[in-house]
Structure formats: C-alpha cells, structure tokens
Design a protein around this ligand. Structure first.
Ligand code: SF4
Length: 109
C-alpha cells in the first residue's frame, strides 16, 4: 500500500490534481442532483500501437484480418502527438500489446 501511494505521489502535479477535483466534483454533483455533469478530462487511456499479429487465432479479428480499420502500426508521430496531448492530465496509460504483435514491425511504418 505504501509503495502504491508513493507511486501516485510521484505522478502528482497541479494539473492532474485539478483534473481529479473536476472529475470527482462532477461525479458527486451528478449523484446528488440526478443530472449529468461532466467536468475534467479522462485520466486513463489505452493505446493500441499496432494492429498486427502473425498468429491466426480463430476467435480474433486481428488474427483473421477482419478488422474494419487498417491493420498497421500507429505512426510514431501520431503516438507522440497523442502522448503530448494527454500527458498533462493522464494518470494511467496502458499500452495494449497482445501475444506476438509487439514483435512485428513493417519496414515502411
Ligand atoms: S495472438 Fe492475440 S492478437 Fe494475435 S491472433 Fe491471437 S488473439 Fe489475436
């Protein structure tokens, strides 16, 4: 528990704190009034930097290549832009890799 708290304190800064206050305020005001208040920005993001996989699991749209979006790597400039945009108020960033996808790299991307 102590290590978790020290981890959170390491992430703490003014903008993240203000964002957390906005989120909690809008949550409790919504609960109290029964109306929706949405203040603050998301503090958790999941980024899937690649939609490539060299396996062909039968239940998976990535493996079956049936995704409706392009199956490719996220361009590094897009990744940097997103990180720059969300870094001031994000507490948690999850990079979504599964199985063998992280080991694939097309030379053109
Ligand atoms: S390893 Fe994961 S991403 Fe790849 S085909 Fe199987 S379920 Fe899909």
């Amino acid at each position: 528990m102590l290590s978790y708290i020290s981890f959170l304190l390491h992430l703490w800064d003014g903008k993240k704190f203000i964002n957390a206050v906005k989120i909690l305020s809008s949550y409790f005001l919504s609960r109290l009034t029964g109306r929706y208040f949405v203040w603050g920005r998301p503090y958790t993001f999941i980024i899937e930097p690649t939609a490539l996989c060299n396996l062909r699991c039968p239940q998976c749209p990535v493996g079956l290549q049936t995704l409706s979006r392009p199956q490719s790597n996220m361009p590094i400039d897009d990744y940097r832009r997103i990180i720059d945009e969300i870094s001031e108020y994000t507490w948690v960033l999850l990079l979504f890799f599964r199985e063998s996808r992280s080991s694939i790299r097309r030379s053109s991307t």
